[in-house]
Design a binder for this molecule. Sequence first.
Ligand code: AMP
Ligand code: ZN
Ligand code: FE
Ligand code: FE
Length: 292
Amino acid sequence: MSQGLIDLHSHTTHSDGSATPRELLAQAHAAGASAVAITDHDTVTGLKEGRLAAAEFDIELIDGIEISAEYSPGTMHVLGYFINTESVSLNAALVGLREARERRNPQIAERLQSLGVSIAYEEVERLAGNEVVGRPHFARLLVERGYAASIQDAFDQFLGKGAAAYVEKARLSPAASIALIHEAGGVAVLAHPYQLKLASLEEAEQLVVELAALGLDGVEAVYSRHSQAERDAYARMARRHGLLVTGGSDYHGTYKPDIAIVRGKGDLAVPYELLNELRQRATARRQAAKGN
Ligand code: AMP
Ligand code: ZN
Ligand code: FE
Ligand code: FE
């Protein structure tokens, strides 16, 4: 029997999404979801409200996080699931990552100003309204002020890696990101592998093998912006190396207007069965840690 669809990748107003945790779960309920992971960048503060709303809408909530790891020239994000949100080491690391944002963000504002954009960083902070200010918030303001035609245009012109107002931020290494998630009792998954911007699937596979040696648990093959061919290829790649397959929309509300919760661009369908395997792996990891 099918247990419905799930979505293991979503962002709320606690990072750079536009929906509150309750709004997100209401939308997931309307889309027929049976389980949802909230995976805000660098914070777990949305999970408390998420838990209440999940009970209200009879949806299973998985405690998640998304961490940006050191990598170039593309982008590497690591998702953590079934994390203990009270973990001391996790929370200390998240404080450090948010401080790195606080160092970077005013520099982005300065770059923008030197490019003739009159936006004060305080305005971006006000718009974000939470402790995780990200580039999508800058993008929103650039659109509102007429400097960009869309969020995507703001990234292409100003904010994306390599663009004129791009500023690096301090990150954890891939190994440290994975270790941190494990330390917090979670399982670590490589997010949206297409964003690594590797030249071929062979190169991606080489990286997946390296990450598997570091303890990576899964690969987000079923992703809203992956083609069906990419979803199949990354899923086979993961299985070849004993890794799990996961899937999610990466819902950000109006910050990614083409992506809906649960259904992505309309063709996303992540089966509940994937979550069972992920949960088993998390349980096995915790039991192994206890034995140590
Ligand atoms: P930050 O955490 O501040 O570095 O911002 C990362 C977020 O910005 C990602 O989760 C995406 O939502 C978005 N983002 C990053 N790069 C791009 C891009 N090139 N185009 C559109 N959105 C992007
Ligand atoms: Zn984001
Ligand atoms: Fe991401
Ligand atoms: Fe994300």
